[in-house]
Design a protein around this ligand. Structure first.
Ligand code: RTP
Ligand code: MG
Length: 156
């Protein structure tokens, strides 16, 4: 942390296919939370890429639905930066299930724009290790080998 105690972090925010056409609304909420977009890319994941991205959920009952959904149309991957970017973005998203989000966090992104437990607008990294892996997944380093995003925590 710097003199003012701020902790600038970077995190991956993935806008899922259900709301790619409403990305402006999501960006307004991101900017309102004092996060900035430092990288962005629209892409379409193949089944195999979606499987890689969500490998940690391989054994879950919803895995096939999730992979099918996230590879069903374009997604927008963004690197967000700001104080506590990881937890701020996940709080902005709200509870995983959009219906729960509408009950418990009506201002959240999933409450406002989500459909259900799978079509739930977005993904956010849940740890520094996940952020490093997920940023490298969408924004691979072009120089050298291995992750370039080791400086996820900077003093600025
Ligand atoms: P995310 O990883 O996407 O940021 O969401 P999360 O941490 O809130 O939720 P997680 O448990 O990691 O689940 C990853 C994604 O899988 C889909 N899902 N479907 N019961 C279900 O049908 C179910 N549970 C999870 C969602 O798209 C969720 O975001
Ligand atoms: Mg998760």
């Amino acid at each position: 942390a710097n003199k003012l105690g701020s902790k600038k972090e970077r995190t991956l925010a993935l806008i899922k296919p259900d709301v790619v056409t409403k990305i402006g609304d999501v960006l307004e909420l991101i900017y309102s939370s004092n996060l900035i977009v430092t990288k962005a890319k629209m892409t379409k994941l193949t089944w195999s890429q979606a499987t890689d991205f969500y490998l940690e959920h391989q054994s879950k009952p919803f895995f096939n639905n999730l992979v099918q959904f996230v590879s069903s149309g374009p997604v927008v991957a963004m690197e967000l930066m700001g104080d506590e970017a990881m937890s701020i973005w996940r709080r902005l998203l709200g509870p995983t299930d959009s219906a729960v989000a509408r009950r418990e966090a009506p201002q959240s992104v999933r409450a406002q724009f989500g459909t259900d437990g799978v079509k739930n607008v977005g993904h956010g990294s849940d740890s520094f290790a996940a952020a490093a892996r997920e940023l490298e997944f969408f924004f691979p380093s072009t120089i050298g080998h291995g992750p370039s995003n080791t400086a996820l925590y900077t003093d600025c």
